[in-house]
Design a protein around this ligand. Structure first.
Ligand SMILES: [Zn+2]
Length: 250
């Protein structure tokens, strides 16, 4: 049994029987982890108030070779995420961001880029960044980091440089040049969407916020990301379905 400590972002917290909680968290160095916080449901637990989804914490845990679940021994809050957990839309968005990481991040693997992305996105949201912009930026980057939605620079089918025109080819779930998509089912991609994809590759959320993208372009980006993600996962993220269905019903 050995112990490790790191900064972590809490992804998911749920109750286990009467006394304990199961906590999933992401660290830069050790990837995604899942552990038991023993006694976290009891009245005078040392974890009281520390285990909030999307909070940034300093966390210590013990692990045994061959065991999936680690034992969490200490959690100290570094940055609460309560401001994002105070309204329904914020809770759904938070769970959608965490759902991405639960699906895409690997256990026990260097996850520094995913960690930085989630950390920066939460930081921006807590600072008042537009939620739609932050969500689209995050989605694009998760797919990009996983190599499944590269920044459109050249057509993946013919290699031609993409300058100002690109379309989404449904059969490939990829952005290609217009001539490669002739006669196939495709979705038009306008200059505002293309600009978003290029800018997001080199700008952070603060810079993106200074020159906002039109809502219609953000909606198109959301749709394209959902197609790419579904094509890759062969199903939709549950947190995305829940978010869309819940927001449509209120
Ligand atoms: Zn082409």
């Amino acid at each position: 049994m050995h112990s490790s400590s790191a900064h972590g972002l809490l992804l998911d917290v749920f109750n286990l029987q009467e006394r304990d909680k199961i906590v999933s968290f992401l660290t830069a160095e050790h990837g995604k982890k899942r552990g038991v916080a023993q006694g976290a449901r009891t009245k005078f637990s040392r974890f009281a108030g520390q285990l909030q989804p999307l909070a940034k914490v300093a966390i210590t845990w013990f692990e045994k070779e061959g065991r999936d679940l680690v034992r969490i021994s200490d959690v100290e809050l570094v940055r609460p995420a309560s401001a994002l957990q105070s309204d329904l839309e914020g809770i759904l968005l938070g769970s959608y961001l965490a759902g991405h990481i639960m699906e895409f991040a690997q256990e026990n693997e260097d996850s520094a880029t995913s960690y930085r992305l989630l950390d920066a996105t939460i930081e921006a949201l807590l600072g008042g960044c537009d939620r739609g912009l932050a969500a689209r930026y995050f989605e694009v980057w998760v797919l990009r980091l996983n190599g499944i939605f590269p920044t459109p620079k050249e057509c993946p089918l013919c290699g031609r440089a993409i300058e100002d025109q690109v379309v989404f080819l449904e059969s490939e779930a990829a952005l290609v040049c217009p001539s490669c998509s002739e006669g196939h089912r495709r979705i038009d991609v306008g200059p505002a969407e293309l600009e978003f994809l290029w800018r997001s590759a080199r700008e952070n959320l603060e810079q993106m916020s200074k020159r906002p993208t039109a809502p219609a372009a953000l909606a198109k980006i959301e749709m394209l990301c959902a197609r790419v993600r579904r094509n890759f996962l062969q199903s939709e993220l549950k947190s995305y379905r829940v978010m869309k269905e819940t927001l449509a019903s209120i």
